[in-house]
Write a new protein. Structure first.
Length: 725
């Protein structure tokens, strides 16, 4: 039962917090009632209120923080805003920072790696994405956002890299009855070595000229050679002869229930084809599990994957590596450091989110540290990679690491998801914030790069099905108090915002927190003020800008907001440098306008359409509504036909696929807005007439069917024409 005195104290503190936050929100209000002016005074007042509230929570929870720790935070404006102004509830950030300091010491947290510590403290307050859902974050994950960091007194952390957890069992122990798994392992380990063909990489021998100077080496070549090695489970799954031999061996030892029937080379070490026969696949999967279980139970493989490190362990590991005394030549060869760990915390968040077990990281780091090895790709194995059970079965064999580890990915291979994970994890191990990212039917990577002259940028890699515009980063965009996956451009804005200035970015993030505390009606009336101040502070601070867009209550206000944004961004950067950012904000505004009621008068409707055309609106549903609002179905048909003619006449149509892909994406929403199957068919046939004789698309001498025509044929319910044959 709770102490009544403690409950009373908590109630009094709660009232104090409410009054303080209310005062912060009202400070600087232009009219005294509508809301804050979003100026320096309001920012400082909010930070002070957030500090008061957070320390009150500490008191209520009987948590004590050292006075010098709190004084240090207050003495540094960057640290103060980062701690108290970047989450609506800063308590976990404050405690996370203190927990890191207890483990790692004041020098690391307060002086040498403050920004990295802030990244860990802030990242730790967001719930970790699930392993299955994200693919990029494959450890046990951070504790839930509701679990507060531990600030209890303890000894400083001593970084220990766990050793190989396998405990090798004597499978021939004469003091006990051997079980099924003993016999399985004995069959494999006692068997005569087998001869297999392997592919190796050979380096041509050095040749010297007549002066004794070495000539440049030729290119490495792939060499096929035969070797003898010990038998492993995968060999048995691949051979009917070995399966028969194994079955007989197990039957002789009383295990008549085991009869492998996996076919001959259906799944072998180099298989790339998926297994179509469902029953055969089930038998192979069961056989894999048989060997996998025996390997784990007898200490030939780990029983489970290593635990994820704590934030303190992870940060200590990165700091230790950052301080490694490379020789100057090795630093140059390894491009070390690849990203400064003193970088502003917003660009380090992907690094702080890495939860790969330390033993797995250490293995990769040692290869990079000692030999400069930097492998960001693995073996691409084709269709069998879509069947995880078969992919695992094809190479089941003893290994010191579990499934999910980068080492297992190197052994087993995979397709784009595996390659993306290998790349992103390796970059993070070598100190570069990175993540996997999704593209249509593909997995890529993104990473934060640093240049001493130009600053930071978020760059994509391993792209295949499009550019930044179709890329969604798997790491959480943890800057708006919500987190979660966001398109690539959101992460790019973080790099641009940091380049523009970390203090101004933090001010803008505080504005977002102030905004979140306002009542809905105040948000509606203040959205232009928030957007104006945000753009004034840092035009790349998307978190408050997105909030302002979402709060607009009238289409004219939303349109004004977009014009403000365009005007502010226009003089920045080279031509086209921020094109995707501009179209992203434009599309957010136009989506918001679509969600709002349409104007009531014809002049207002005409004015809105003119604004949308001037802003180059590409929202098909919004345009369709505007066209119909003015001239009904005839107006809609007229404008869509005109759009098709403009598309056909545009030079971009034959330059690359972007123009055709973008216009094809409008066909579905337009068709969906038409009532009835007959109406859809009549409209699509009218549109197809515009394309008569122009169905083919030729880009760089390659002829293909225009995707717009393909989409229209779907709507019309007829087969698409054949072209290019």
């Amino acid at each position: 039962m709770k102490n009544p005195a403690s409950q009373g104290r908590l109630l009094r503190l709660s009232r104090l917090v409410t009054l303080t936050m209310a005062a912060a929100i009202s400070i600087g209000a232009g009219s005294g009632a509508n809301g804050p002016d979003f100026d320096r005074q309001a920012i400082d007042a909010y930070l002070e209120a957030a500090r008061t509230r957070t320390l009150a929570e500490c008191t209520a929870k009987d948590l004590t923080l050292p006075a010098d720790f709190l004084a240090w935070i207050d003495s540094d404006p960057i640290v103060r805003e980062s701690v108290y102004g970047c989450r609506n509830n800063p308590l976990a950030v404050l405690l996370g920072l203190r927990s890191l300091e207890i483990d790692l010491g004041e020098t690391i947290v307060r002086r040498d790696y403050t920004q990295l510590a802030l990244a860990f403290a802030i990242q730790g307050t967001y719930a970790a994405p699930s392993r299955k859902a994200s693919g990029w974050n494959d450890g046990d994950g951070a504790p839930p956002a509701t679990a507060l960091p531990d600030i209890s007194p303890r000894q400083p952390l001593e970084l220990v890299i766990p050793g190989d957890p396998r405990v090798r069992v004597d499978t021939k122990d004469t003091h006990r009855v051997l079980d099924r798994d003993d016999h399985i392992v004995n069959f494999l380990e006692d068997h005569e070595p087998i001869e297999v063909e392997v592919t190796t990489t050979a380096v041509p021998p050095l040749e010297y000229d007549d002066k004794g100077v070495a000539k440049p080496r030729g290119k490495t070549v792939k060499v096929q050679e035969k070797i003898r090695r010990a038998l492993v489970g995968a060999d048995v799954l691949a051979s009917v002869e070995l399966q028969a031999e194994f079955n007989a061996y197990m039957h002789q030892r009383g295990h008549d229930e085991i009869t492998l029937d996996c076919g001959n080379k259906v799944v072998d070490w180099n298989s790339k084809e998926a297994v179509a026969d469902k029953e055969l696949r089930q038998r192979i999967a069961a056989a894999h599990e048989l060997f996998h279980t025996a390997y784990r139970n007898k200490g030939r493989m780990p029983a489970e994957r290593d635990a994820a490190p704590t934030p303190s362990e992870s940060m200590a590991w990165f700091v230790r590596n950052d301080r490694f005394p490379f020789a100057e030549a090795d630093r140059t060869a390894r491009q070390w450091p690849r990203c400064p760990l003193q970088a502003p915390w917003p660009v380090l968040m992907m690094l702080a989110a890495d939860d790969q077990p330390l033993r797995e990281r250490e293995d990769i780091w040692a290869k990079f540290r000692d030999a400069g090895e930097f492998r960001t790709y693995g073996e691409y194995i084709g269709g069998i990679a879509q069947q995880f059970d078969m992919q695992s079965a094809r190479r089941v064999s003893p290994i010191a690491y579990s499934y999910g580890s980068i080492q297992m990915m190197w052994k087993d291979g995979g397709v784009c998801g595996t390659m993306g994970n290998i790349g992103a994890r390796t970059y993070r191990i070598c100190g570069v914030p990175s993540s996997t990212a999704g593209q249509p039917g593909h997995c890529a990577i993104v990473l934060m790069e640093h240049d001493a002259t130009t600053g930071y940028r978020c760059k994509g890699g391993q792209y295949a099905t499009g550019g930044d515009e179709v890329t969604t980063v798997h790491a959480g965009w943890n800057y708006d108090d919500l987190g979660g996956r966001k398109p690539m451009v959101y992460h790019q804005t973080i790099a641009w915002a940091v380049n523009h200035g970390l203090p101004s970015l933090l001010d803008a993030l505080v504005l977002r927190r102030i905004w979140d505390a306002l009542p809905t009606e105040a948000q509606k009336s203040q959205c232009l003020d928030l957007a104006t101040k945000t753009l004034e502070l840092n035009p790349f601070a998307l978190a408050p800008l997105e909030a302002a867009i979402a709060a607009t209550a009238e289409s004219t206000t939303a349109s004004q907001l977009l014009d403000l944004f365009e005007k502010r961004l226009e003089p920045l950067g080279k031509a086209g440098e921020y094109a995707l950012y501009r179209t992203t904000v434009r599309d957010l505004v136009h989506k918001r306008i679509l969600d709002l009621p349409a104007p009531e008068t014809r002049p207002a409707k005409q004015a809105l359409l003119q604004q949308l055309e001037r802003q180059e609106c590409s929202n098909p549903a919004l345009l369709a509504r505007c066209w119909r609002d003015l001239d009904g179905e005839a107006g809609f048909t007229k404008e869509t036909l005109a759009s098709a003619r403009r598309y056909l006449a545009s030079p971009g149509r034959t330059k690359d696929k972007r123009a055709s892909t973008q216009f094809a994406a409008q066909i579905g929403p337009w068709a969906k807005s038409i009532r009835g199957k007959a109406g859809k068919q009549a409209w699509s046939e009218a549109m197809l007439k515009v394309f008569d004789g122009k169905e083919a698309l030729q880009i760089r001498k390659k002829i293909s069917l225009d995707p717009v025509v393909k989409e229209l044929c779907k709507v019309a319910g007829r087969e698409a024409p054949q072209v290019g044959k």
